[in-house]
Design a protein around this ligand. Structure first.
Ligand code: AHM
Ligand code: MG
Length: 338
């Protein structure tokens, strides 16, 4: 008889022993996120059947049209975190300001940032989308929590993860001691450990970027793309371009197969599109824990000190060798323009 694989909740409890002073609070919070992910997964999986596709009729704080599933996922995670009592506050990509949960005097030590449904443009067309989350130990001690609790450098994350609603649904997370991936068995509603101790391959051959914006990218980014394509003659084996347009899906593939994901600045958006708190920091923590690297072109993403909740940053993330090659070309062009 084969040995049963470990499920997410068991794994989380087992991993508490890596942290001698653990109280179980973080573990409970991670388990709550797992439950919310299953609820969102249920809705994503039957999205074409109900009245949950299409636009919600509202804009989020970024001025982007919210999809019905964006709103549903946001409410699901917020409600789950509110009822659990394990979370002091939430900052969501979909909400203008932080949501403080501890006004009733509850004394949770953690706050959560999240992009409840990433890859919004893919919702209506049955292409992989995801949820991204990150957990910080709060700095304030009194209720309610404050903006400072959320505006911490990514290096301070105590846990981060994503859920990919793809051909199967997976939850991948780190608490700073490696990265582990769990696949949802929909027949019994459990996440099973399927990808233990994920490491990004040392060599990669995939690059992921919205190349349609090539003419709007900085010269250094264009130079790196010319290198990827083999146009500049220095890359003996040009790379494959793979771009889904859901950061979670693009990064998940590159994490498993080896590759780089880039969302750079453009002429129209000097800080790029992706948000430091909700997308870049959690993904940078995961990729670094898997042996990769994430920078804004010059600085490590995890060292950036956020100044506002919805701050954006350019990002180059994935296989270390590829990210460093991109940085080297960016630096050459920076120097050329000084
Ligand atoms: P969203 O949070 O509104 O879904 O936007 C983020 C998504 C990322 O998942 C993806 O990498 C990017 O937007 C794609 O943008 P573009 O269509 O400009 O390539
Ligand atoms: Mg999003």
């Amino acid at each position: 008889m084969s040995v049963r694989q470990i499920v997410l909740d068991e794994f989380i409890i087992q991993k508490e022993k890596d942290f001698p002073y653990a109280t179980g609070e973080l573990s409970a919070l991670l388990r709550d996120i797992g439950v919310a992910a299953k609820i969102v997964n249920r809705e994503v999986n039957r999205a074409g059947l109900g009245d949950i596709l299409g636009q919600h009729g509202s804009d989020n704080v970024q001025g982007e049209a919210q999809q019905k599933l964006d709103v549903l996922a946001n409410n699901t995670f917020i409600n789950s975190l509110k009822t659990s009592g394990m979370c002091a506050g939430i900052a969501s990509e979909e909400d203008e300001d932080i949501i403080c949960i501890d006004e009733d005097g509850h004394k949770s030590h953690y706050v959560v940032t999240m992009d409840p449904l990433d890859g919004s443009s893919n919702i209506d067309v049955n292409v992989s989308i995801g949820t991204i989350f990150s957990i910080y130990r709060r700095l304030s001690t009194k209720c309610p929590c404050t903006h400072e609790d959320f505006l911490q450098p990514g290096r301070q994350q105590v846990a981060a993860g994503y859920v990919i609603y793809g051909s199967s649904t997976m939850l991948v997370y780190t608490t700073g001691k490696g990265v582990n991936g769990f696949t949802l068995d929909p027949t019994i509603g459990e996440f099973y450990l399927s990808h233990p101790d994920i490491k990004i391959p040392a060599k990669g051959s995939i690059y992921s970027i919205n190349q349609g914006s090539y003419t709007k990218f900085p010269k250094g980014v264009q130079a790196y793309l010319d290198y990827c394509l083999g146009i500049d003659g220095t890359n003996p084996k040009p790379y494959s371009l793979r771009y889904i347009g859901s950061m979670v899906a693009d990064l998940h593939r590159n994490l498993i197969k080896g590759g780089i994901f880039i969302y750079p600045s453009t002429d129209d958006a000097p800080k790029g599109k992706l948000r430091l708190l909700y997308e870049c920091n959690p993904m940078a923590f995961i990729v670094e824990q898997a042996g990769g690297k994430a920078t804004d072109g010059k600085r490590n993403i995890l060292d950036l000190k956020p100044e506002k909740l919805h701050e954006r940053t350019p990002i180059f993330i994935g296989n270390t060798e590829m990210v460093e090659k991109a940085e080297a070309l960016l630096a050459q062009y920076d120097q050329a323009t000084v």
